[in-house]
Design a protein around this ligand. Structure first.
Ligand SMILES: [Zn+2]
Length: 294
């Protein structure tokens, strides 16, 4: 599964780089109207939906779907598909971002209607890759490069206000309250990999060796001989991303290669993990928002 996961990881990383590029454009511009901008918003109506960027004014809202794909791009309509021809001649197809943004527009409208807010919602696809060639754009959705966004927004500023400033502020609070941190499914689940197939052990932050040894007060690397008292924390985070949502004392001991259940209990305490259940079948959960470095 390694090549599959690696290529998935690379395309995610490219996606994030694209979103950062768009974020920078928004940060470096101010618009001559009251506005609120959100990045990476995850909301829920009939289903959970993720919005790369959202722009709200008193007159309209814009929902952006950002793609960071190189090559020559063709948007196909029926069925919706994005075809990429690499500069090497290789051809690949992707889920169509135009269709995706159309769906997000509908979901955003539903979310707003539920709160009795009526304001036009416009979907935009942003192609964030610097050397992009678009051969055939989508029929119904505008495609922009990041640096075109400010001018495009300025072109909409003549539109009449639909909500007052008080409602815009309420809407802002409501969006922030409704936002749900998106946590992907554990790798073992999404790729159907058996738990026995994972290499376990605490990774040495100095040399990358897997299998540091717990010694009194710290963790020791048998390969480079370095000690690191906090090396175990990454292993616990990794377990939640690889294996599951709930960790037992035994899971912890197996993954970190420790024998003493009290050591595992201390680890859970030191990381402020929430727990459910009683002594024997106690399970620990993690709140990633407290552990993720930006
Ligand atoms: Zn080491």
């Amino acid at each position: 599964m390694y090549p599959t996961i690696l290529s998935k990881h690379q395309s995610k990383a490219a996606g994030i780089a694209g979103e950062k590029r768009v974020e920078t454009i928004f940060r470096n511009h101010s618009f001559p109207t009251e506005n609120r901008i959100f990045h990476d918003l995850s909301l829920k109506t009939s289903t959970t939906f993720q919005l790369d960027h959202v722009f709200f004014s008193q007159a309209f809202s814009l929902v952006f779907e950002t793609k960071n794909i190189s090559g020559v791009l063709t948007f196909k309509e029926n069925p919706p598909q994005l075809i990429r021809e690499k500069f090497t001649g290789e051809i690949e197809s992707f889920n169509c971002p135009a269709a995706q943004v159309e769906q997000n527009v509908e979901l955003m409208k539903d979310w707003l209607h539920q709160r009795n807010i009526h304001i036009p919602v416009i979907g935009i696809v942003v192609i964030a890759y610097p050397k992009q060639i678009i051969k055939v754009p989508p029929k119904n959705i505008k495609v922009l490069f990041p640096n075109m966004i400010p001018l495009y927004i300025r072109g909409l500023l003549h539109l009449p206000n639909k909500i007052d400033i008080h409602t815009l502020n309420l809407l802002t609070d409501e969006l922030l309250n409704s936002h749900q941190e998106y946590i992907p499914k554990p790798i073992s689940e999404s790729f159907s990999i058996s738990k026995e197939d994972f290499k376990t052990g605490v990774i040495c932050p100095t040399c990358g060796y897997i299998g540091m040894i717990k010694i009194p007060r710290t963790w020791h690397c048998p390969k480079c001989k370095n000690n690191d008292p906090l090396a175990y924390k990454q292993a616990v985070l990794d377990w939640f991303l690889l294996m599951g949502r709930e960790m037992s004392n035994q899971d912890c001991r197996e993954f970190l290669h420790i024998d003493d259940r009290n050591v595992a209990t201390r680890i859970f305490k030191s990381m402020n993990l929430k727990s459910t259940g009683t002594f024997k079948d106690r399970r620990y959960q993690i709140d990633f928002s407290k552990h993720i470095k930006d």
